[in-house]
Design a protein around this ligand. Structure first.
Ligand code: NAX
Length: 328
């Protein structure tokens, strides 16, 4: 039998954690033949709730789940980790300035980066979900100098999936008819969902839409502000869809993207498309041989350029702010 893959989930007692853990344990993260061992990291006050979730995981009798450990210590949580899902973060509370938010999250992602550096398995892959996801990923990455930088990613797959669904509705097609959609930039309201390189049943998506007004004033803001719309409707932020996107992100990373398609992920920039090297920004990516690679050579017109630049400028500001705070 195969050795179980060590999967660590932080913020395991939170609402995304609750939606995520059962799907990991049932084989959706890595595949139906890959046993997993779960490590749950929580803050001390939430360990008991995590234990409750672990009891329910036991009660599912998942054949692929070979064990569950729960801890409030990052070093323990990341020792030998193969897949690290960093979901727990400090949310923005009323009246909180951006600097305070970044600092509070620096206090979480710096020690977690250090713990990953100290104890992770050689093949560790890290996905940051907790917001501000791109910059939290950058903080963790900067504190893990012995881990290849490309192993740190942040999640824009939910934005990608939201964009697929909105476009499919508009055109009366299914999501499987759509290929090569891209989310560029930051996982925030400045993100740019790009239809100009996307294809719908082989036809260019922007041409198929043929409605610049809809693209600019409906599609882009609907995707970018979907998180707020979910909170408004549900009274709580996206959880199951966020968990689903995290599953998709890791599954694609480990198992590859289909030929003739790509997906979106925030990965360390190599300078492609004018995104400053080292920033963790969303790009069109393919996954090959277990690595995410930025799709090269796309032509970027002025409309897309301005939007990519605006989102990247926000990432630069966040990076400079965490630098000024001494967090990286
Ligand atoms: P919850 O508040 O339900 O859960 C967060 C959990 O993290 C809590 O149980 C808390 O105790 C734990 N936690 C806090 N600090 C921790 C630490 N240092 N170590 C371990 N655990 C810690 O939030 P939830 O709805 O689950 O969302 C989690 C994060 O995902 C938030 O930051 C949220 O903003 C972010 N999201 C990111 C998305 C994305 O697309 N990248 C979309 C969904 C979501 O909004």
């Amino acid at each position: 039998t195969r050795t179980p893959v060590n999967v660590t989930v932080t913020g395991a007692a939170g609402q995304i954690g609750y939606a995520l853990l059962f799907r990991i344990a049932s084989g959706h993260l890595l595949g139906p033949d890959v046993p997993v061992r779960l490590r749950l990291l929580e803050i001390p006050q939430a360990v008991k709730a995590a234990e409750g979730t672990a009891m329910e995981l036991d009660d599912c009798a998942f054949p692929l789940l070979s064990g569950i450990d729960i801890t409030d210590d990052a070093k323990t949580a990341f020792d030998g980790v193969n897949i690290a899902l960093l979901v727990g973060a400090r949310p923005r509370t009323k009246g909180m300035e951006r600097g305070d938010l970044l600092e509070a999250n620096g206090g979480i992602f710096k020690p977690q980066g250090e713990a990953i550096n100290a104890g992770a398995a050689d093949d560790v892959r890290v996905l940051v979900v907790g917001n501000p996801a791109n910059t939290n990923a950058l903080i963790a990455q900067q504190h893990a100098p012995d881990v290849p930088a490309e192993r740190f990613t942040a999640m824009t797959r939910l934005d990608h999936n939201r964009a697929l669904s909105q476009l499919a509705k508009k055109l009366g097609v299914t999501v499987s008819d759509i290929k090569k959609l891209t989310i560029w930039g930051n996982h925030s309201a400045t993100q740019y969902p790009d239809l100009f390189h996307a294809e719908v049943n082989g036809q260019n998506a922007a041409q198929a839409v043929n409605d610049q007004e809809w693209l600019e004033n409906t599609f882009i803001p609907t995707v970018a502000k979907r998180g707020a719309a979910i909170i408004e409707a549900r009274g709580a932020s996206s959880a199951a869809s966020a968990a689903n996107a995290a599953i998709d992100h890791v599954y694609s990373w480990v198992n590859g993207t289909p030929e003739g398609d790509w997906t979106s992920a925030a990965v360390v920039s190599d300078g492609s498309y004018g995104v400053p090297e080292g920033l963790i920004s969303s790009f069109p990516v393919v996954s090959k041989d277990g690595r995410y690679e930025i799709v090269q050579g796309l032509e970027i017109d002025d409309f897309s350029r301005a939007r990519i630049d605006a989102s990247v400028a926000e990432l630069v500001e966040e990076r400079d702010a965490v630098r000024a705070l001494g967090l990286i």
